[in-house]
Design a protein around this ligand. Structure first.
Ligand code: PMP
Length: 442
């Protein structure tokens, strides 16, 4: 058995000793996963679950090449990066080779939060400014510095609230909701455009752009290695942060920046030392992940399987009225559940029900979004066409249990056309010459 105690005892000890703020998936009947392989997870009874949650297990759970790299290096040496080590420089060279010039200088850290905290410090040191523009509902990490710039957290009822040096711009997908809900189209449009236009010249004003690729980087979007590249080949941020998939489950993350920004940081004379950042074990693992990604063509797989996923989800949206919208790219998809397609009333309870019913059917998905009504699909990159078909046909059946009767009202088509035109205009205004001007979580 892979268990050291019965599941009931694990639950009891967890409740007794682990901070209750750490939430479990499927709280009323949590899963005890004892092993995993590729895109599948197994509970203590040997039940197999299709994993559509763990984007961290990028090249597949417990990939043998990655496991071996970690085991071998751990048996040889793990120490801090004040000693020379080949795996560290190989990791930095490989990482920067995946990014456009002048993103050529790396800092190795241990988590996405740490990477973003360092990115913020680099940006603030280089610009000698503190202000930051962030997207509404964005999440950048659990450190205090990251909560400050994550509306997802600071806006919670008991959250710390917004600091005056933090400026929040609305995210386009939520704009769409807002417009549709209140239907005061023209007024809202002008207001939003003005807000975004205020930030048009961030770079000209000496600001820098940070792309948080912690969740979506490393080929997940399929067509490109990085999500920021979806905005155009010539779009190059000043700082990029990567994490989660980089270690396939092992804690390793990085900040990649320009020589100019790294230079400003060095010029402060304050040494940067991170005990575990860039240790040989983490670097060997990251190197193995990048090697497997290339050898198994996983970005291309994300592109092909992702296109099939989006096409199938769009078909699902035409069959099931509770699906208000389907968004995503590559192997990252959101399925918005609504009680009314015109007003886009969030179907929050239904989303929760669907997640739980999918688990009964041995498929793991999660829900997210400001109203927690978006089903989220972000599986390991080894996801297959058959996995998509399983996921979508099961989702179809489960959605049948909560589907709504209401049809589109005739005005909707017109409204939808207006909204999509508005989005095009808003996007153009937000990115003059195709350049992003604000800090964004991809
Ligand atoms: N940025 C983004 C976009 C994330 O999704 C996350 C994790 N959900 C983080 C940063 C923080 O990463 P970590 O949990 O590794 O600190």
């Amino acid at each position: 058995s892979l268990e050291q105690m019965p599941k009931s005892e694990t639950i009891r000890l967890r409740e007794r000793y682990i901070g209750q703020a750490c939430k479990l998936f499927y709280k009323s009947n949590p899963l005890k996963i004892v092993r995993a392989e590729k895109q599948y997870m197994y509970d203590e009874k040997g039940n197999e679950y299709l994993d559509c949650i763990n984007n961290v297990a990028h090249v597949g759970h417990c990939h043998p090449t990655v496991v071996r790299a970690g085991q071998q290096q751990m048996a040889l040496l793990s120490t801090n990066n004040r000693f020379l080590h080949d795996d560290l420089v190989i990791c930095a060279r490989r990482l920067t080779s995946m990014l456009p010039e002048p993103l050529s200088i790396c800092f190795l850290v241990n988590s996405g939060s740490e990477a973003n905290d360092l990115a913020l410090r680099l940006a603030q040191t280089h610009t000698k400014n503190k202000d930051i523009i962030t997207l509404d509902h964005a999440y950048h990490g659990h450190l205090t510095s990251m909560i400050d710039i994550s509306p997802y957290k600071f806006n919670k009822p008991n959250g710390p609230g917004k600091k005056d040096w933090v400026h929040v711009v609305r995210n386009l997908s939520s704009l769409k909701n807002q417009y549709a809900r209140v239907m005061t189209l023209k007024y809202r449009k002008r207001e939003e455009l003005c807000k975004i236009l205020d930030y048009r010249h961030v770079r000209e004003a000496g600001g820098v752009c940070i792309a948080d690729e912690v969740q979506v980087g490393f080929g997940r979007v399929g067509s490109h290695a990085w999500a920021f590249q979806l905005y155009g080949e010539d779009v190059v941020p000043d700082i990029v942060t990567v994490g989660k998939p980089m270690g396939n489950g092992h804690p390793v993350a990085a900040v990649i920046t320009t020589p100019a920004i790294a230079g400003s940081f060095k010029d402060t004379g304050i040494e940067y030392f991170n005990t575990y950042g860039g240790n040989p074990v983490s670097c060997a693992i990251a190197n193995a992940v990048m090697e497997v990604m290339e050898r198994e063509n996983l970005q291309q797989n994300a592109d092909e399987v992702g296109k099939h996923l989006m096409a199938e989800l769009k078909k699902l949206a035409s069959r099931r009225k509770i699906v208000g919208d389907v968004r995503g790219v590559g192997l990252f998809a959101g399925i918005e559940l609504v009680l009314d397609r015109v007003k886009r009333t969030p179907a929050t309870a239904e989303a929760k029900y669907v997640v739980s019913r999918m688990k009964d059917r041995k498929i793991l998905i999660s829900s997210d979004g400001p109203d927690d009504n978006i089903l989220k699909v972000k599986p390991p990159m080894v996801f297959t066409i058959e996995n998509v078909n399983d996921l979508v046909s099961t989702l179809d059946e489960v959605l049948g249990e909560v589907d709504i009767e209401k049809e589109y009202e005739p005005a909707t088509t017109i409204l939808k056309a207006t909204i999509s035109q508005m989005d095009v205009e808003t996007e153009k205004a937000a990115c003059p010459n195709g350049k992003p001007v604000f800090v964004r979580a991809n």
